[in-house]
Ligand binder design. Structure first.
Ligand code: SF4
Ligand code: SF4
Ligand code: FES
Length: 342
């Protein structure tokens, strides 16, 4: 389904992240000219002979407007290297060609080639061969969320009397091409078996029906317990990589959380923890939020905690020894004013 009047937002996390990293399409296209060579390190893995993936390096002559997919095709068809990768439409429609290039998820058919590329399969899905992953775990999670419209009012027949405005909330999620880029990028899924979080892509599928005003099913238990939506840490990584620019956090995850919260407010750990932290410190503290919402599971993965610490994403020193911001009394007054008004 095409977009229903969604506004282009040049200040979205997706564009800002890439502009800050000097990684816009314009920056990329300026890095190569005809006559240059692209060096592609491609992840290889054959389950019949290999115990783990390894990289092979290929040099590919650059041609104008060359995409990552063109590099892959050159390697297989012109250099005659037998390796496995998926693609079908070549024009950002089928979602089959997503890979990771230099650590970032992208559609190979849509992104310009770079002088040096490390090309790997998506994460969080079992590796089948070379760049191909098994989508079954994602599909199973989608089915667990029962993304089927459940009508409680009689169907009035075609054409349905429903307006563009009424469909807007669900329509953002309907742009999804099932490419799995967001599923691969989500840092919460790094926890593997230690999290029940369904991940962004299954939530996008759920939002297609849960945010449709014709749906009459109470989905709060599915959203909270089956999808474990409150384990999302709102890092926006999924939005940054989504090739069709779905505002996954603001138009999918937050509305789904609101739907669950509206049904059973007292049971929502993430919001309560968020509010408690801001009320006591006057600011959000990501490590305290993770500890409060994930409990022991958060400390069972020290390597991940150290990585987040090194990258400056969390600050245990602030969490355990930090003090409230100056003027905290004003923040607390706001809290009590809002509570009083409810
Ligand atoms: S915002 Fe939530 S769903 Fe998206 S990548 Fe971050 S943790 Fe995952
Ligand atoms: S939400 Fe975006 S990134 Fe995620 S599967 Fe759909 S199209 Fe791909
Ligand atoms: S080949 Fe279809 S989206 Fe890339």
């Amino acid at each position: 389904m095409g977009k229903i009047g969604h506004d282009f937002d040049p200040l979205s996390s997706r564009y800002l992240g890439r502009i800050e990293a000097h990684d816009s399409n314009e920056d990329r296209l300026n890095q190569l000219k005809v006559g240059d060579f692209v060096t592609a390190q491609i992840s290889r893995f054959d389950p019949a002979v290999d115990t783990k993936p390894y990289f092979e390096t290929y040099r590919v002559p650059y041609v104008k407007w060359m995409r990552v997919l063109d590099v892959l095709i050159y390697v297989s068809e012109t250099l005659g290297i037998e390796y496995a990768h998926r693609w079908y439409c070549g024009v950002k429609k089928c979602g089959t060609c997503a890979v990771r290039v230099n650590g970032r998820e992208m559609l190979s058919c849509w992104e310009p080639a770079l002088p040096d590329m490390v090309i790997e399969p998506l994460r969080h899905l079992p590796l089948v061969r070379d760049l191909i992953v098994d989508r079954e775990p994602y599909e199973r999670r989608v089915m667990e969320l029962k993304p089927l419209l459940v009508r409680t009012k009689p169907y009035l027949g075609l054409p349905e009397p429903i307006t563009d405005r009424e469909m807007r909330a669900a329509s953002y999620a309907m742009d999804c091409i099932n490419c799995m880029a967001c599923f691969s990028a989500c840092p919460v899924l790094d926890l593997g078996d230690q999290t029940d979080f369904s991940g962004p892509a299954p939530l996008v599928q759920l939002a297609q029906v849960a945010l449709d005003r014709r749906d009459g099913m109470d989905r709060s238990v599915l959203i909270k317990n089956t999808a474990s939506i409150f384990e999302c840490v709102s890092c926006y990584r999924c939005e940054e990589v989504c090739p069709v620019e779905i505002p996954i956090v603001s138009r999918v995850i937050e509305p789904l959380k609101a739907l669950a919260f509206a049904t059973k407010p007292a049971e929502n750990k993430h919001q309560s923890a968020f509010l408690d932290i801001v009320n006591s410190r006057g600011r959000i503290d990501p490590s305290a939020l993770i500890l409060k919402t994930q409990g022991l599971r958060a400390v069972l993965n020290p390597a991940r905690a150290i990585r987040l610490w090194i990258k400056g994403k969390i600050s245990p020193v602030q969490t355990f020894f930090g003090s409230a911001v100056p003027g905290i009394e004003y923040v607390r007054r706001l809290f009590s004013d809002v509570k009083g008004a409810l």
